[in-house]
Write a protein of this length. Sequence first.
Length: 131
Amino acid sequence: MEVLKNDTAEILIIVFFIITYFMSVFEKIADWKGTKTYYKNHFQQTFLFKFIPVLLLKVVVFELVTLIFLTIGLYFIFSNSSFEIAKIGLIFSAITLLFFLLAQRIAKDYPGAMNITVYFILNCFGIFLLT
């Protein structure tokens, strides 16, 4: 597998985010009520509190779109060495992470925002490698 030999870092970053978003979507859907309660508590002191169910649904949809693009992109990397769809997936991922960062900053959860920054740096590096 020549593509695996030549593009190992790119593939590993994409697989990392596929696992991340798959688990995130799965956990949110499997325990929707618990997830909603968690986020209501987390954003209790913010204006986002009223919008948690709608925002949570939008987050799941955005994560699913990201997951689909990354998965199809990974297939295209292996099938014909095309990186465009995977790059679109990482761009959706970066936008999703920016939403998370903004929400954490609104909630004044600075350690949470810092954790998202680590994902964002890896995400941007992945986009750089795919360009």
